[in-house]
Design a binder for this molecule. Structure first.
Ligand code: AMP
Ligand code: MG
Length: 490
């Protein structure tokens, strides 16, 4: 099996990681290979799906050139600092440069214990692996920056959680696994040299255009703040709730990472949270921008020793940069909302128009995704308004808002058809609905039936296209299907 490994993280100083070997498993079986992603990485999907592929994807056999390591990192979890986390059940095999020229990490998640495991068994259960497969690939198809999933295999071994569950390994593909928490790990140890090495490495790996400013740490801080502001705006656009925005789950590359207790909104509610461990709603839907900024403040703090030799000056620079987040986010969010509403250019009152709408969606319990998809039809033809209004507890509320929206549309020289078509390219018909994810996990875990998983994955490959034969997967849950809580994979 040929992976064209070109490893750079494993060339960094030894204190950045631990060299480890994946544990072996009894009876690996490939559940799914992501053909398009394999192709992008220059891998043979058929080979990955073979018995030999199962050995590699489960960690039983190391492909040539792999240099398995577990990465060291720290992190703020629900606001409290933990000085040592690290990959406790994920093992980086190495990096591959894809056909698009992009360098990506290939990591096995659930591949066994590492020196960073502390309590856990280093394993993953099938349910969370399937959830991560579905949601990460859906995010990619939706156009949201994200880590991806190359494959899922079952291990033939049980894992012990609250119940006994089938074990599985997920192959995660990421621009890198450098997190805010990676910088915090070295900052907490007063290791200025490692901080500098990591900052320069991360800048040239993720933001090569920003190399050469004279201060890599400052350039990196700026780029990461921009990337996170843009990312969270995209999350809000599709109704995504990350669920566990700890600094160890905040990627320096600007990709969404860690699909533990994530969920998508059904009805619009800025206070919505699903994660069973998020008791206070710290990571609720509408709190995500504020938390992302808080996480950027933690990154800035970790980088302080590199921002200036003068401590006061470093704090001044860091504060100023972190404050930029607000404006960047608001601008990015405005762009997202304008696109969703079919507005091609900016007017001052657009944000108010959008905010008024979101208030109405919340107070009327309207499904976020269905609303915007139906609005595309209304943009083409006001006769479709009734279909939109019927989503509201008070249909008159929509009609009142729609008057203002139409007056605003009339100030743009765009044909209704062109507008509706553009709107259909940003307002998905399909999102990974929580109840559908629960359903496919149940089928796979209880009945070894991967049919529902396959069907949902297929629907989500083209989230912006009508797929009439799969229309049931676009519908909100019935009352009895509603998912109230999601759980971490751990
Ligand atoms: P996570 O929720 O996967 O981000 O995990 C939080 C921390 O606990 C990370 O350091 C993980 O590597 C570690 N961890 C989570 N689950 C396990 C497990 N089953 N075995 C070992 N370590 C784990
Ligand atoms: Mg995590």
């Amino acid at each position: 099996m040929k992976f064209a490994f070109d490893n750079t993280y494993a060339r960094l100083p030894e204190r950045f990681y631990a060299r480890v070997s994946p544990a072996t498993v009894r009876e690996p079986r490939v559940v799914k290979v992501n053909r398009a992603l394999a192709e992008l990485l220059g891998l043979d999907a058929a080979e990955l799906a073979s018995a030999e592929g199962a050995q590699v994807l489960s960690g039983n056999a190391l492909p040539e050139g792999a240099e398995p390591i577990a990465l060291a990192y720290a992190g703020h979890q629900f606001g409290s600092f933990v000085g040592q986390l690290g990959d406790g059940r994920a093992i980086l095999l190495g990096e591959v440069v894809g056909k698009d020229g992009g360098r990506r990490d290939i990591q096995l998640k659930g591949a066994g214990r590492t020196p960073f495991s502390r309590g856990g068994d280093g394993r993953a259960a099938l349910g969370p692996v399937l959830r991560e497969y579905v949601v990460s690939e859906a995010m990619a198809a939706l156009g949201v920056p994200t880590t991806r999933t190359l494959a899922a295999v079952t291990t033939g071994e049980p894992v012990y959680r609250e119940e006994v569950l089938p074990g599985a390994v997920l192959t995660r593909v990421a621009a890198s696994h450098i997190r805010v928490g990676t910088f915090q790990f070295f900052a907490a140890r007063g290791d200025r040299e490692a901080l500098g090495t990591l900052a320069s490495y991360a800048l040239s790996r993720h933001y090569p255009g920003a190399v050469g400013s004279g201060n890599d740490a400052l350039a990196l801080l700026d780029r990461v703040i921009e990337a996170q502001a843009a990312l969270v705006a995209r999350w809000l656009g599709v109704g995504f709730i990350h669920g566990v925005m700890n600094t160890d789950n905040t990627s320096i590359s600007g990709e969404t990472i860690d699909y533990g207790p994530c969920a998508f909104l059904d009805e619009y509610d800025p206070e919505k949270k699903f994660s069973s461990i998020d008791r206070g709603g710290r990571y609720a839907f509408g709190n995500q921008p504020r938390i992302a900024q808080w996480n950027m403040a933690r990154l800035a703090e970790a980088l302080l020793p590199l921002l200036s030799d003068d401590e006061e000056e470093a704090v001044r620079v860091a504060t100023e940069r972190v404050q930029r987040f607000t404006g960047l986010f608001v601008a990015a969010h405005e762009r997202v909302l304008r696109d969703k509403l079919g507005l091609a250019r900016a007017e001052d009152a657009d944000l108010k128009l959008a905010a008024d709408l979101l208030d109405l969606l919340a107070s009327n319990g309207v499904d976020y995704t269905v609303f915007f998809r139906r609005l595309c039809a209304a943009a083409a033809d006001p006769a479709a308004d009734a279909q939109v209004a019927s989503l509201f507890a008070d249909p008159g509320a929509f009609r009142g808002w729609a008057e203002g929206w139409r007056q605003r549309l009339a100030r743009e020289d765009v044909t209704p058809e062109a507008r509706a078509s553009a709107m259909r390219g940003v307002n998905p018909a399909f999102i990974p609905r929580n109840h559908r994810i629960e359903e496919l996990i149940q089928a796979a875990v209880a009945r070894d039936d991967f049919g529902p998983f396959e069907t949902l994955v297929r629907a989500l490959e083209r989230p912006y296209e009508e797929q009439p034969e799969l229309a049931h997967l676009s519908e909100p849950p019935a009352m009895e299907e509603r998912v109230k809580h999601t759980f971490c994979g751990t």
